[in-house]
Design a protein around this ligand. Structure first.
Ligand SMILES: *[C@@H]1O[C@H](CO)[C@@H](O)[C@H](O)[C@H]1NC(C)=O
Ligand SMILES: *[C@@H]1O[C@H](CO)[C@@H](O)[C@H](O)[C@H]1NC(C)=O
Ligand SMILES: *[C@@H]1O[C@H](CO)[C@@H](O)[C@H](O)[C@H]1NC(C)=O
Length: 245
């Protein structure tokens, strides 16, 4: 073991004190603020509409709210994002993001609100939102290319209350993992080209049983179509039309 001399120790204490005092007066971000963004004392970093083409660098590690909407960001880098372990609110709407994976939000255990609307997603992978155990609201609307969501994408989001999937390109959705989410109370499904047939029967049945969870008028329309298709399918068999209310 090596013991530091008292003088060295004293110097270290002085340096520590100076560093502490500098940081002490307010919890305001001390690590600077990204270029073209505004950082305030409430730990909000506002970068909306700044023509950013990549995720900002030099973000204060204590950031609680990060607003990146209306830019041209095409990637959420897992490494930089996961340094922000105090993040509660993340708005990435209206960018050009194509992919997220299990590691994207790996460390964001406090995140409550996530907006990924108006992006370029093609599909949502398995466990993409897996680590987000505090997530209450997820907005994933207006992704015109999004046609596939993995059955267990939301399976771990036990706090999820509101999920908005409106205006994507979804024809089907496996709701097995959604059905078991304990807090879920509102779902936006409108504006998708739902293929309302019995191949997604679990979705049909769930919609009929659990209508209170569904937002939007279109869903009623879809349910109507779904019922008709359901009948059509059975009419094709020409016998045994079930009593279907
Ligand atoms: C998306 O952002 C662009 C600027 O990058 C803006 O002109 C446009 O109005 C925004 N669209 C929406 C739907 O907010
Ligand atoms: C929507 O998905 C269908 C396949 O289900 C595909 O043929 C179509 O091109 C997609 N639309 C867009 C805008 O990508
Ligand atoms: C839905 O997903 C569950 C779990 O991943 C799977 O067991 C089931 O077979 C899927 N259902 C359909 C209709 O694909």
């Amino acid at each position: 073991m090596v013991f530091a001399s008292p003088l060295v120790t004293q110097c270290r204490i002085v340096v520590l004190l100076v560093l502490c005092l500098r940081g002490a007066p307010s919890p305001a971000p001390s690590a600077g603020c990204p270029e073209r963004c505004v950082c305030d004392e409430q730990l909000v970093v506002q970068c909306s509409g700044q023509r950013l083409s990549s995720f900002p660098t030099n973000l204060p590690l204590v950031t609680r709210q990060l607003i990146l909407s209306n830019n041209h960001i095409d990637e959420l880098p897992a490494l930089q994002l996961n340094y922000l372990s105090d993040l509660v609110y993340l708005d990435c709407s209206n960018n050009s993001i194509r992919d997220i994976s299990e590691s994207t939000f790996g460390n964001l255990r406090k995140l409550v609100y996530l907006d990924l609307s108006y992006n370029m997603f093609l599909k949502i992978e398995d466990q993409a939102f897996g680590p987000l155990s505090s997530l209450v609201m997820l907005r994933l609307t207006d992704n015109p290319l999004l046609s596939e969501i993995h059955p267990t994408a939301f399976a771990e989001n036990v706090a999820l209350q509101v999920l908005d999937l409106s205006r994507n390109n979804l024809t089907t959705l496996n709701v097995t993992s959604l059905i078991t989410l304990p807090a879920l109370r509102s779902l936006g499904f409108s504006g998708n080209p739902w293929n309302c047939v019995c191949e997604i029967e679990d979705l049909c049945l769930w919609m009929q049983i659990d209508t209170f969870r569904f937002q939007g008028n279109k869903i009623t329309e879809c349910m109507g179509r779904m019922r008709n298709k359901w009948f059509e399918k059975h009419l094709e068999n020409k016998d045994n039309i079930p009593d279907h209310k």
